[in-house]
Write a protein that binds this ligand. Structure first.
Ligand code: SF4
Length: 387
């Protein structure tokens, strides 16, 4: 039964897309477009062989209503069981009652409720491609149903954002969209061309500044190693230049791993792009941090593709500590660096400060070197299977 005492006659399923940023692990996922309207970035396999489409506003509103109906049922069940709003298996079973909605949707909402229902993430790859008026309507409906949500986040392409007016961005901000994630990847013109990013460094700066001026939190992604050995230096220096001109709230590091089935992998197979070693990516990050200007954003290393998760901190105060961490790694013996790389990839070490000799690591390291010829070749294999 629902809160008005009526029996359910409809399914309360809602649509979900494939990915979200790691920082949105506790968010409810609301899909407003499907797949990626660009879908050409050479390193990206997420939406390969899929077609982009916009969802109708009414359809998205219905999804929000369905999430709301499930949340009400779960809250009622929890209260009736004396759990004070907390979720349990019993509450979940009781809440579903005669609702034909598959259990997985109840689990999604229950998980969100257990984590406070404070954040929502709009899927898929570029929500800002929606007409501003449509997106505003969706955001207002989300806020009407869940007025306590504190943060609504979305991915956006810099090119799309650069075409929005300041007034449009402010309208979206006022309607409740509060954080944007933009995949800059590189600030270097030739690298952007190489990876078919479809945006120039100037457009990235324009988009980033507009977003910051409209009052959003902005995450910009930088990919150490995306220029290969051929463009590593420019990738660091030019990316630092573009991000210094934007001064985003967060700079998120995503070290490059060429994935089978992507154009980048094919470039590598044809010897037209040479992957950086693990040490090479660390050196590139060092140069990047050194070259960042007088900015105040936070560098975040929140992805398992990055080797040094400890390279996190807020500028300008933490710059010296970040460089010291990198230098500590680069100052280790070749043997210890190899052991750290393998231990990190096996999940035995998370931080550089976790490093200490470990027999399990040594055994695997020797075996991998024998099988793949080098630690870097082994890591490429390990990582492509992780993602
Ligand atoms: S814009 Fe984003 S999702 Fe689309 S192809 Fe590029 S990296 Fe992938």
């Amino acid at each position: 039964m629902d809160s008005t005492g009526e029996r359910y006659t409809m399914n309360h399923a809602f649509e979900m897309g494939p990915i979200r940023p790691p920082s949105e692990a506790y968010s409810i996922l609301l899909r407003i477009t499907r797949n990626c309207p660009w879908n050409r970035c050479a390193f990206c396999s997420t939406y390969r062989d899929t077609e982009f489409s916009r969802r109708a506003v009414d359809e998205v509103r219905r999804d929000i209503d369905n999430m709301h109906a499930i949340a009400l049922r779960l809250a009622e069940a929890s209260t009736e069981l004396g759990l004070g709003g907390r979720m349990s298996e019993e509450a979940l079973t009781k809440a579903r009652d005669d609702d034909p909605t598959p259990e997985s949707y109840y689990r999604q909402v229950a998980f969100w409720m257990n984590y406070g229902m404070q954040t929502a993430f709009l899927q898929d790859a570029n929500s800002l491609i929606m007409k501003t008026a449509d997106l505003v309507e969706i955001l207002r409906h989300l806020r009407a149903r869940f007025p306590f949500i504190e943060r609504v986040t979305s991915y956006a392409r810099a090119k799309t954002v650069s075409k929005k007016t300041g007034d449009e961005l402010r309208e979206l901000r006022e309607a409740g969209l509060s954080r944007l994630h933009i995949g800059m990847e590189s600030g270097c013109d030739s690298v952007l061309e190489l990876i078919s990013k479809g945006v120039t460094p100037d457009e990235q700066i324009l988009a980033g500044r507009k977003v910051m001026e409209a009052g959003f939190d902005l995450s910009e992604y930088y990919m150490p190693g995306i220029g290969g050995t051929e463009h590593s230096r420019e990738n660091a220096v030019e990316s630092a230049r573009v991000l210094s001109a934007i001064d985003p709230t967060f700079i998120r590091l995503r070290s490059t791993v060429p994935l089978p089935g992507t154009p980048l992998y094919d470039l590598m197979a044809r010897n037209e792009w040479t992957p950086l070693s693990e040490d090479g990516k660390v050196r590139e990050i060092r140069l990047f941090i050194e070259r960042l200007g007088d900015i105040t954003g936070t560098i975040v290393s929140d992805h398992m593709m990055n080797l040094l998760e400890d390279v996190e901190g807020t500028l300008p105060g933490d710059r010296a500590r970040l460089l010291e961490t990198i230098d500590r790694y680069l100052g280790m013996s070749d043997d210890d660096r190899e052991s750290f790389i393998i231990g990190r990839r096996l999940g035995i070490y998370r931080l550089l400060s976790d490093f200490s000799p470990d027999g399990r690591v040594e055994a695997v390291k020797e075996d991998l070197k024998r099988r793949f010829g080098s630690i870097d070749a082994a890591v490429l294999e390990l990582l492509k299977n992780f993602i």
